[in-house]
Design a protein around this ligand. Structure first.
Ligand code: NAD
Length: 255
């Protein structure tokens, strides 16, 4: 049985990805700040008959990230698949962008992936197999106004993905970034409110006129699509797919 550690997996996309790995009988290390995280993890474990561990490690704190990975390795022996998914968003014109929000976005969306990767690396290398999947964003490939920190963090993680793909290649470790368009999760529900303020527009218009405006397919991307793609990237079949930044964005990046 293989083990997948997924950061930010007690909500939204991360939870969707965790469910698809559990369906395929991976043991799961869950992580997230949701107060009922341990219960969410236990329920998924029970539903799919797999072992789970829940860590409330805060991705702002490198020492907590290290302890989470060590706990996972202690319980399961090795982390075969690492999905760096935890992320936050803040929308504001650059001249008003609060410094603390900039720092938190860079730390959670980008630096935490460096710390998790660093700590899973030795065991992956020893067993000559590892899969690192970074949940970037369409904003890892293109920008939108008012999202300076988020766009910078997501472009950053695409660069980090390429680098570790090269370093992992001799050891059977692949690294890929998935770049979703809009997925209807709590993160996006909050953005609808923030974007409405930034664009001075009613919330109802934000979805069609701002968010899905850039996607050719005017539908939210589903968490199942991202989960099943992640499971494929983690498979033996995907051993030569590495260093990519894969848009799953309804054609946004085709334009
Ligand atoms: P979400 O808010 O539903 O879930 C985010 C998860 O990250 C939660 O479990 C939360 O507890 C966790 N998290 C946040 N800060 C944390 C911290 N400091 N320490 C530990 N965990 C923390 O959001 P989501 O939409 O599922 O987003 C998941 C990822 O997908 C993010 O990286 C986001 O940028 C990316 N993404 C989302 C969309 C979208 O449209 N929803 C599109 C492209 C990319």
């Amino acid at each position: 049985m293989k083990t997948a550690l997924i950061t930010g997996s007690t909500s939204g996309i991360g939870l969707g990805i965790a469910r698809e790995f559990a369906r395929e009988k991976y043991n799961i290390v869950f992580n997230g700040l949701e107060a009922n995280g341990a219960e969410i993890a236990a329920e998924v474990g029970k539903e799919f008959g797999v072992e789970v561990l829940f860590s409330p490690a805060n991705m702002l704190k490198p020492e907590e990230i290290k302890a989470m990975v060590e706990e996972g390795i202690k319980k399961f022996g090795v982390i075969d698949v690492l999905v760096n998914n935890a992320g936050i968003q803040f929308v504001s014109p650059v001249e008003d962008f609060p410094e603390d929000k900039w720092n938190a976005i860079i730390a959670i969306n980008l630096s935490s992936a460096f710390h998790t990767t660093k700590h899973v690396w030795t065991k992956m290398k020893e067993q000559k197999f590892g899969r690192i999947i970074n949940i970037a964003s369409a904003h890892g490939l293109v920008a939108s106004e008012f999202k300076s920190a988020y766009v910078a963090s997501k472009h950053g993680i695409v660069g980090f993905t390429k680098t570790i793909a090269l370093e992992g290649a001799p050891f059977g470790i692949t690294a890929n970034a998935i770049c979703p368009g809009y997925v209807k999760t709590p993160l996006v529900e909050k953005q609808i409110i923030d974007q409405a303020k930034a664009h001075n527009m009613p919330e109802s218009e934000v979805i069609s006129k701002v968010m899905l405006y850039k996607q050719a397919i005017k539908e939210f991307v589903s968490v199942e699509t991202l989960g099943k793609l992640s499971v494929f990237l983690a498979s033996e079949t995907a051993s030569t797919i590495t260093g990519t930044a894969m848009p799953v964005d309804g054609g946004w990046n085709a334009q």
